[in-house]
Design a protein around this ligand. Structure first.
Ligand SMILES: [Zn+2]
Length: 384
């Protein structure tokens, strides 16, 4: 076992990180020619394992054996409890300048374990412009023992000044075959179920697992894929749009509520909650701050859930295009092949529908009201 075991279908990245961890060890020992690179940017599509890769690399840098996966240091990093690794996970839609300045200060202190102080910044693309500037200064002149691991969907999601100072680690969409294999070997899932879930999840490992094991996730996905068949008129199209938004909101609420409850309970205990559930004086502010963060996380989760639903919908039209053009590639929704073959219409209309979905995703990214954006998309899907 090694720290890289959780990465699926990313062999080139693992090789790159192994070499980098070796170079890091040489830099610490004062041997070897090159110095340490202090800023790294991990990019890859959602679900490909950007933060998994960054965490594995952090473990490899701090492990005396460059990532054995079983020493105390590796365990601490992988479980999120190592004193020299700070994981930043922006809860809301953006990460502010005040938080970033504090982070930069903390990042500059010496590592307690004598190796590196590592900041793993998930969703670094959510930094505000001012926050990015504060970050840039830290990356331009890094303390000798500080290493920044930034994660973002693509290099374009970060300002060029930051991007150009980072070494890139580029994850790919893992092949469905590799995802299915992991589901079978690690989760004990039936091979046929695993194969279908891996294809449907389009390379998103976590989602593949949910689809293979969670009946509700499968049902929600089936509802999304039923949308194209429900666009018989303006009324039904509006209804379908409403159903899409509501389903995404329900999913996010459900996921968010369980996270919130756990966090709140942990926070109340940490702040000294009495056996009767009373809080000490002066703790209301901290609890309020947590509540605000949770609210903004739920907003983000709603948006993410809706985006996933739109990607599922896009996969339907993508498959339709494959059938219409007679391209001999695998269907994402192989279980719907018969239905897809019965749909009539020119491929040009399918392309326009795909375009409408992408426009909707962009508008949601720009914070347009979800109901309005999805309704407009449904209308465009109806007319084709
Ligand atoms: Zn180790």
């Amino acid at each position: 076992m090694t720290v890289y075991d959780e990465l699926v279908g990313q062999e080139p990245v693992i090789e790159q990180l192994r070499a980098a961890a070796a170079a890091g060890a040489e830099a610490l020992a004062g041997t070897g020619g090159g110095g340490m690179t202090h800023a790294w940017l991990f990019t890859g599509p959602p679900g490909s394992g950007r933060s998994v890769a960054a965490r594995a690399f952090a473990a490899a840098l701090l492990c005396p054996d460059q990532g054995c996966g079983h020493c105390a240091s590796c365990h601490q990093v992988l479980s999120g409890s190592h004193a020299d690794v700070e994981v930043v996970r922006p809860a809301g839609l953006s990460y502010g300048v005040r938080e970033t300045r504090e982070l930069v200060l903390r990042a500059a202190s010496s590592p307690t374990g004598g190796r590196w102080r590592i900041v793993l910044f998930e969703d670094a693309d959510r930094s505000t412009e001012q926050a990015a500037n504060a970050l840039l200064k830290a990356i331009e002149e890094p303390p000798a023992r500080t290493v920044w691991l930034l994660c973002a969907p693509s290099p374009d999601d970060l300002v060029v000044t930051i991007r150009s100072r980072c070494r890139l680690v580029t994850l790919r969409t893992p092949p469905a075959r590799a995802v299915a294999e992991v589901l079978v070997l690690r989760e004990g899932i039936d091979p046929d179920v695993a194969a279908a879930a891996a294809r449907a999840a389009q390379g998103h490992v976590g989602r593949a697992k949910r689809l293979a094991t969670d009946e509700q996730a499968r049902r929600r996905r089936a509802e999304v894929l039923a949308v194209p068949g429900r666009l018989s008129g303006v009324g039904p199209a509006v209804e379908a749009a409403e159903a899409l938004v509501k389903a995404a909101e329900a999913e996010a609420k459900e996921l968010g509520a369980s996270l919130d409850a756990e966090e709140t309970a942990a926070m109340r205990q940490a702040l000294g909650e009495s056996a009767k559930g009373r809080m000490p004086r002066g703790t209301a502010g901290a609890l309020k701050e947590l509540e605000d963060r949770q609210k903004s996380r739920t907003t983000r989760m709603k948006r993410d859930a809706l985006d996933r639903a739109l990607l599922d919908l896009a996969s339907y039209y993508r498959d339709l295009l494959v059938v219409q053009l007679g391209a001999g590639v695998d269907l994402v929704n192989a279980d719907r092949e018969r239905e897809l073959r019965s749909v009539s219409g020119p491929p040009e209309a399918t392309l326009r529908r795909l375009e409408a979905i992408m426009v909707c995703r962009e508008r949601l990214g720009a914070n347009v009201n979800p109901q309005l954006a999805v309704e407009a998309m449904a209308m465009a899907l109806r007319t084709g």
